[in-house]
Design a protein around this ligand. Structure first.
Ligand code: SF4
Length: 455
């Protein structure tokens, strides 16, 4: 299904759409308040954008530097060219340690690689420990947002889910009660885990260490209790120096949820005595995106989610309508690079208003890249004949002022007398949620001429 078809499903529940829209706009407003409190916010964004551009131009060197330093610290480094290799590597490490129970803190990369089903197939229990992630895991759904994975679920729905899976008593969606129950349930999983898997927010080439940001402390809890810690990162997560963390950590939390800093910014540098620490560095299509000059900067993304919170399409269509690991504006640039056929509708799921680019902490020109993808897709893919013909005719009309003026007159006349069902019917998707403005008698050209005539 295309994005619009999936969005139509989400849009059936009008109350939920309104609530989803408001909830995300609230987060966007918090981001604005928080960002405006930082003097030199724009300088920080420029700096972050420059650092990332430097990283992408020298990625090979920084990755090798990171590997050497991480190994010096006693971390085992693995390389995976695709999702399958990544999953096999993680499984091999777990199998070596006879690990049967794994706790995982939020990692979009492992979602992208479909690690959970892979490990479950191998008889390993994987528990997502971020509360939102655990909610969607229990619901057998993918996350709908990269920072707020269960934002599409109401607290009443979570209440029902917990009753079914955790045996809680009905609480009418009491968030405090539900959070406490989740905490008890997860604590037990943490204590019994054989291994912990985390994502990586920033990997520092200079030190060979890495930083994981969470609000719940679940990455620390998992990795400190289990004997084996496996951190999975995309090749683009590198930053050159430790001092650059000061730029990114300030931008990340503020852009994400409006917090001045993430509650836990955990630095991992080497394994504790008697423990093992592994890093799996994954490509999975990233070098290909790197080679596309127009879309290269999309790899600068620090996964703050701000472009989703501000996007009028995302807020009203929900994350699942994108059918991609990363939804929203940035996902609509990254996903066609992975599978153009499957995700060809995504770059069109945008008003191109540019709000995403305005809030992006690393200044990715998101809306311009969405527009660029549209051009690539139109060139490389078959378009529906009706769409192609309409665009051809429109192009011909717009190129001829006399014809344009004549068509304008005809359409204005027709709209005045055309039966309503021609516009507001099931056959015309345009009219489903739109009202035509009142039809005026003349066009701008006539109005302008009259104005000149009358002084
Ligand atoms: S593209 Fe920019 S705004 Fe969107 S998630 Fe990435 S860093 Fe945040």
């Amino acid at each position: 299904m295309s994005h619009s078809e999936k969005a139509a499903i989400f849009n059936k529940d009008e109350a939920k759409v309104n609530w989803h829209d408001k909830a995300l706009w609230f987060v966007r407003e918090k981001r604005d308040t928080s960002a405006h409190k930082v003097k030199g916010w724009e300088e920080l964004r420029n700096l972050a954008s420059g650092i990332k551009a430097n990283v992408l131009s020298n990625l090979d060197n920084y990755l090798i530097e990171f590997e050497a330093n991480a190994q010096k610290n006693g971390i085992k480094v693995h390389w995976a060219s695709n999702a399958e290799e990544h999953n096999k590597i993680v499984h091999k490490i777990l199998a070596k340690h006879k690990a049967k129970k794994v706790v995982k803190s939020k990692s979009m990369l492992t979602e992208e690689c479909h690690l959970n089903p892979y490990l479950e197939n191998e008889g390993i229990e994987v528990i997502d420990t971020d509360l939102g992630e655990r909610i969607v895991q229990l619901a057998k759904e993918p996350p709908s947002h990269i920072v707020l994975p269960a934002i599409h679920k109401t607290k009443e729905e979570v209440d029902e889910l917990f009753q079914e899976h955790l045996g809680t008593t009905p609480s009418n969606g009491n968030p405090e009660y539900l959070t406490n129950e989740a905490r008890k349930h997860l604590r037990d999983k943490f204590l019994k885990a054989d291994a912990a898997i985390t994502g990586v927010n920033f990997a520092v080439a200079e030190t060979g260490g890495f930083v994981v940001c969470t609000n719940e402390g679940n990455a620390d809890m998992g990795s400190h209790l289990a004997k084996v810690h496996i951190a999975c990162m995309g090749i683009e997560k590198i930053i050159p120096k430790e001092e650059h963390l000061g730029v990114f950590l300030r931008l990340l939390a503020r852009s994400s949820t409006g917090q001045p800093i993430t509650t836990y910014s955990s630095h991992f540098n080497k394994p504790a005595e008697g423990r093992e620490m592994h890093i799996v560095i994954v490509d999975n299509g990233r070098t290909e995106q790197l080679s596309r000059e127009e879309f290269r900067s999309s790899l600068s993304c620090i996964r703050c989610g701000a472009c989703m919170n501000t996007c009028p399409i995302y807020r009203r269509s929900g994350g699942h309508s994108y059918d991609a690991t990363i939804p929203g504006p940035i996902g609509s640039i990254l996903s066609p690079g992975m599978d153009m056929k499957k995700h060809s509708s995504l770059p069109f799921a945008s008003t191109l208003c540019g709000s995403c680019s305005n809030v992006c902490p690393v200044k990715i020109n998101i809306h311009e890249q969405l527009y660029a993808w549209r051009q690539v897709i139109v060139k490389e893919q078959k378009q529906p004949i009706i769409k192609k013909s309409i665009l051809k005719i429109t192009g011909a009309v717009l190129a001829r002022p006399t014809l344009y003026s004549f068509m304008g007159k005809s359409v204005r006349f027709m709209l005045k007398y055309a039966p309503k069902f021609m516009i507001y019917s099931k056959l015309n998707a345009w009219g489903k949620a739109r009202d035509l403005p009142e039809v005026k008698n003349g066009n701008f050209d006539q109005w302008y001429k009259n104005r000149e005539k009358n002084g």
